[in-house]
Design a protein around this ligand. Sequence first.
Ligand SMILES: [Zn+2]
Length: 397
Amino acid sequence: MMYLSYMKKILIVLTILVIGTQASAQDGQARSFLVRTIGPLPYLEYGTGDDRLGGAKMTYLDTNVVLKVIDSTGTDYKVQLSKYHIAYVSKANVVADSTLRLANENLSGSWMVSGEGRNDLVSLSLPGRLPYKSVQQTDPARIVIDLYGVTSNTNWITQRGTNTYISKVWYEQPEDDVLRVFIELSKPNHWGYSIAYDSLGSRLQIKVKRPPENLRLRDMVIAIDAGHGGTNLGASGKNTKVLEKNLTLQYAKALEALLQKKGATVVMTRTTDADISQPDRTLLLRKAEPDLLISIHFNSAGNPTVSGTSTYYRYIGFQPLTQAILKRMLELGFSNYGNIGAFNFALSGPTEYPNCLVEVGFLSNEEEEKKLTKKGFDEDVAAKICRGIVDWLKAMD
Ligand SMILES: [Zn+2]
């Protein structure tokens, strides 16, 4: 009897513990709250994955976009985008705001398709600043945007006829609370686009960059990014101990000189040994509105036999530029380390302009280091990158 009552007591304690745990888990769920994005470059991530490039980015967002936090994990919040979609956002990118409200149903209004200056424009009204995500498609070239928490009440789409690059616009409702916007382009090339709400309200504006009028090098505004700088040294040479940050600047300047000689306008993210963060470079580029961006880095691997040149892109619509440059770079006798897609590099993240990261070669490979530090090789590389850009422009004509 004594034994049984002892067991009973343990059971009661255990039951209370279990109930207690369940109650607090429910509390955790009930404690969901609303936040809004802050700062110049808030972004969503797919998961909590973390390697040297950080978690895979889903999208940059505008500011004051309302997100529903359902959990907290380290430096991130887990947010519910729609019934079946979640994402993660850095706690530094949002602020809790008790005045925020999120309706159970958010209906989209009418759309307008137009064009002016350098852009075609799709604008659509929403009841609030809701989260979105975009992807690029090719063959045919399309921009596909998912609007989360949105149900269609779009009963007309006005097409002004002033749009010259967008050929078709339509939507689907793949889920009850996900509205999918399709924007098809009249040519096979992507020149970039931006997604943001109008300055005060909740009208979503998708600005699609038209191709430049003349596809000549001398009509281009080309941004060049010399990787690293200041206290951010990057890789270093095995024998020469050359620092990647110095080599990237030297090669960037060689490319700048050549492109200027050919008449192009060049925007440099840095011209000195300055420590500039990736967000600051991104904002500088956003303001400069270049036609394209070339980022220059040098590779390094633990295995000293690894060598070769490589080019990188994040979005499939920007792949052709990276292929054209790689093809020309291979003429310098490099082995082919590859054309790498879905690359989660900070400066490959913007959708506003085609961009290509060039990892010229491996500083960790003795033979390649010799080649990369040889006098005049920076000009050889500049010439090949320039040829690659010209090839790409020709292919788009
Ligand atoms: Zn680097």
